[in-house]
Design a protein around this ligand. Structure first.
Ligand code: UDP
Length: 326
């Protein structure tokens, strides 16, 4: 069924890939993004970009007629959130509350929310299920928990249908025909795979691996990686699963993880380049192992990741080379 969709944060990494998928599926997409971290040229052809803040613009965009919202707009740097929690509360919680109120006023009652594994903090057990306690270790994670709580309240009070997708480690890139790619372009890049590939591209310097004394198979942290295109497919299913009066929560991961050294090896293999690294001190707040149980979304929505680490690193490399004109 054709829908008119508002994608907040659609100029960012995940929002742009999901927007492209929604357009390919035949929907009308309006992107609302303040371009504080996103890029206007990442908004896929076929989407209309409205530049502005959620708090001032959401009402106007929704009044234009929207069937559902996919909400990606957020600040997402854990370390920054520790330094400036105020920014995270005002953007992530304040922005979402403004969006929810604007949805109510406009009679829009479906929302898919971009949540995160950071809501769980240091897990008691892995794989992590959705019933694990939310014990975030950063203001970033706490702001996402607060939104999940608000979504449950708005579902109960106002009858909206909400789905929160808790992403584990998103990676990879997606072709953007003709000839382009949509991928990670953060001004401050903190993620492992883009940092490794930047060293491969430069052919000099070294990537820091944070900690080699964790209680894991090779001493480095283990994370559960998921291809951004698989993530986009989950959003399509979640949109169809928004049920009036309910707030549903799903983890998005693969059920197994790769260590930082294994990720480095995969990057060396796909790039065909040696990549220098050094073992650096642990990064504060990094749990040893974060792996998702995705059984709930598999059972309820039939979603399963289809692309593995090799495809993620190969696509991220193709994107990196395309951007560099290499
Ligand atoms: N990491 C690293 N070097 C980097 C960036 C990340 O060793 O330049 C490690 C980080 O400490 C963690 C893993 O890679 O163990 C994944 O970190 P990332 O920031 O990509 O995602 P997170 O799991 O923090 O969301």
């Amino acid at each position: 069924m054709h829908m008119r969709l508002l994608v907040t944060g659609g100029a960012g990494y995940i929002g742009s890939v999901v927007s492209a998928r929604l357009i390919a599926d035949g929907h009308d997409v309006v992107v609302l993004d303040d371009l504080s971290t996103g890029h206007a040229d990442a908004v896929p052809a076929g989407a209309r970009l409205v530049r502005g803040d959620l708090r001032s613009e959401a009402g106007r965009v929704l009044a234009g007629g929207v069937d559902a919202v996919l909400h990606f707009a957020a600040r997402s740097l854990v370390a920054e959130s520790v330094q400036r929690p105020d920014l995270y509360w005002s953007s992530n919680l304040g922005g979402t509350l403004a969006l929810l109120d604007a949805m109510n006023a406009a009679g829009v009652n479906r929302i898919v929310f971009s949540s995160t594994a950071a809501v769980y903090g240091e897990p008691d057990a892995v794989p992590i299920t959705e019933t694990a306690p939310a014990r975030p270790t950063s203001p970033y994670g706490a702001s996402k928990v607060a939104v999940d709580t608000a979504l449950a309240e708005y579902a109960r009070m106002h009858g909206i249908g909400a789905v929160s997708l808790r992403y584990f480690n998103v990676a990879g890139a997606q072709p953007d025909p003709p000839g382009g790619w949509l991928g990670e372009r953060h001004a401050t890049e903190t993620h492992l795979i883009p940092n490794i590939l930047a060293v491969a591209l430069r052919g000099s310097g070294q990537v820091s691996i944070f900690g080699a004394d964790y209680p894991t198979r090779d001493g480095t942290c283990i994370r559960d990686y998921i291809h951004v295109s698989d993530l986009a497919a989950a959003h399509v299913l979640a949109l169809a699963a928004c049920t009036a009066g309910q707030h549903k929560v799903y983890n998005l991961g693969s059920g197994s993880g790769f260590s930082n050294r294994e990720v480095l090896a995969a990057c060396q293999e796909v790039t065909g380049r040696p990549i220098a690294f050094r073992i650096a001190p642990r990064r504060p707040g990094d749990p040893a192992v974060l792996v998702a149980s995705s059984e709930r979304i598999a059972a309820d929505l039939g979603w399963r990741p289809r692309r593995g680490l090799r495809e993620m690193t190969a696509d991220a490399w193709a994107f990196t080379c395309a951007r560099a004109g290499a």
